[in-house]
Design a protein around this ligand. Sequence first.
Ligand SMILES: Nc1nc2c(ncn2[C@@H]2O[C@H](COP(=O)(O)OP(=O)(O)OP(=O)(O)O)[C@@H](O)[C@H]2O)c(=O)[nH]1
Ligand SMILES: [Mg+2]
Length: 206
Amino acid sequence: MIKLIDARFVITAVEPKGYPTGHAAEVAFVGRSNVGKSSMINALTGRKKLVRVSNTPGRTRTLNFFDVELERKGVRHVVRLADLPGYGFAKASKAERAQWETMITTYLEKRHHLEAVVSIVDAEIGPTPEDHLTLDYLQDKGRRVLVVATKIDRIPKARRKPRIQALAQELKLPLEAVLPFSSTEKLGVEEVWESLLGVFGKATRV
Ligand SMILES: Nc1nc2c(ncn2[C@@H]2O[C@H](COP(=O)(O)OP(=O)(O)OP(=O)(O)O)[C@@H](O)[C@H]2O)c(=O)[nH]1
Ligand SMILES: [Mg+2]
């Protein structure tokens, strides 16, 4: 059982000198623009409006950090979440896209406190070529990755399990490395936290 205690916005940054200080273990959320990254952070923190969500792709344009305090089996943990801008935002100019890419890759490569990356794919659409590239890139950089298939609510219940199996197969990952999720129906919240806290080991204990 995960008990959420508190969640708060920390800071917005665009480059390393703006990243938050301190030693909190961090997890970043990456994925296509509009896939549901910001919504997932709201769902995971049990807060409807911690992060701004939008129907229009390209909502999140900076790195946004949040601290979450939670309790699991009587032990308190503090985890820092980083909401990143999405990739593949068609309406952005070439220069803007290049700028975002630098912002994201600089963070993913340089951030020492980054313990795990949640790579979000759309459960219905499946991994796009850019999702594949991102996963390869993260693995290449030696980052620990958890794939979360969101918007699972859009798939009829009986088809969800086979869908996750198919996604895992397509991504060449073990079944337990791909978790189903829905921000609108709050599905998968416990499972994602369990998986993340499992990765952190003792790093997040306070
Ligand atoms: N049905 C359904 N819709 C969702 C879910 N999660 C997010 N959405 C919707 O998807 C849209 C995009 O959500 P955001 O959380 O803003 O997506 P994002 O990945 O942060 O987008 P950018 O900041 O533009 O990169 C919104 O209209 C959300 O309401 C989900 O689990 N199920
Ligand atoms: Mg967003």
